[in-house]
Design a protein around this ligand. Structure first.
Ligand SMILES: Nc1ncnc2c1ncn2[C@@H]1O[C@H](COP(=O)(O)OP(=O)(O)OP(=O)(O)O)[C@@H](O)[C@H]1O
Ligand SMILES: [Mg+2]
Length: 241
């Protein structure tokens, strides 16, 4: 579904991503783990067309997307749940969700959006309870669910999530990761970027480890969890639940 080959990207003279290759197959949860500043957000922004690649290729759904604008790859079914949620604070929960259904409405009409809205409410019952509430007054966990729901409203083929666990209590992280697993089980495809390696590798099929802009390890999630270098660098200092 997504194929990245020898990707370089950065800001001005700063080269952040160095020769990154990775792929995501339909129906997988693939995680990219890495510490602060490793280049995780830069990678997602390069895939979605917000940062320009200086070398390499990005292929999505068998089509070349290197250097194409964000609208094009989003229209092709790739979506990003951004770091820090970025919900529209002064709009209600339901207004945020309906906004996320904009592309779906253009493609399939209003009834499809209303159906999708119900599906999101089934996935995130707390959003149904709070549908009239301003998004800015939600808790961190609820805002994360709203950000996910808003992205999912377009029925993407690939959903990329940028550190959904940041700042959330372990119990809420577990709930959110359970929902990500359910998404995969219902046929969705997820690229999950995380610092919380334990939680991410716990639900992923495969993983990549990013260190200062380079992929230093990759493989089945279970192998990475058992890898002593990964344990030392990423698993020792954190525990969830
Ligand atoms: N807009 C920008 N202009 C210049 N440099 C940037 C910009 N955004 C990020 N960087 C730099 O690129 C590097 C990678 O940043 P990035 O945000 O991709 O890391 P990250 O892995 O997402 O980190 P975190 O876990 O803290 O979110 C950092 O050194 C950062 O300072
Ligand atoms: Mg980041």
């Amino acid at each position: 579904m997504l194929k990245i080959r020898n990707l370089d990207a950065g800001y001005g003279k700063l080269r952040v991503l160095k020769n990154i290759s990775l792929h995501v197959k339909a129906g997988e949860i693939v995680t990219m783990i890495g510490a602060n500043g490793a280049g995780k957000t830069t990678l997602l922004h390069t895939i979605i067309g917000l940062v320009r690649a200086s070398a390499g290729a990005i292929e999505f759904q068998q089509k070349e997307h290197t250097g194409s604008c964000a609208q094009k790859i989003v229209a092709a079914g790739c979506t990003l749940v951004p770091e820090g949620r970025q919900v529209f604070a002064s709009m209600t929960v339901e207004e945020n969700l309906i906004l996320g259904g904009y592309m779906l409405q253009r493609r399939e009409g209003k009834d499809a959006v209303l159906r999708e809205l119900q599906y999101q409410y089934d996935l995130f019952p707390v959003l149904r309870e709070r549908r009239e509430q301003y998004a800015g007054t939600l808790s961190g966990g609820e805002q994360q669910m709203l950000a996910m729901g808003r992205s999912l409203m377009s029925r993407p083929r690939l959903v990329m999530m940028d550190e959904p666990s940041t700042g959330l209590a372990p119990l809420i992280v577990r709930e959110i990761f359970k929902i990500i697993t359910r998404l995969r089980d219902e046929g969705n495809t997820v690229l999950l970027v995380e610092q919380n390696a334990t939680a991410a590798l716990g639900i992923a099929d495969r993983g990549y480890v990013l260190e200062v802009g380079k992929v230093i390890l990759q493989g089945p999630a279970a192998d990475l969890l058992a890898n002593s270098d990964v344990q030392r660098a990423y698993l020792g200092r954190e525990k969830i639940g």
